[in-house]
Design a protein. Structure first.
Length: 63
């Protein structure tokens, strides 16, 4: 049984953006993984796991 993709949740200490990315995108995103898509600041890791109840407040970053 699969619980789905494992997501990593972040928030930006500079602009406050909340976002998430699937772990399997690490090779694709490289150095951009965990970096705010709005301002380019390295974000603060909050949690990881399958989709969570508060999932909708985090924008999904795919590229």
């Amino acid at each position: 049984m699969s619980w789905g993709v494992n997501l990593m949740y972040y928030h930006c200490p500079n602009c406050g953006k909340k976002f998430k990315s699937a772990e399997d995108l690490i090779p694709y995103l490289g150095d951009r993984f965990g970096v705010c898509p709005v301002c380019g600041t390295p974000a603060i890791f909050q949690k990881n796991g399958a989709r969570l109840p508060d999932d909708d407040v985090y924008e999904e970053i795919e590229d």
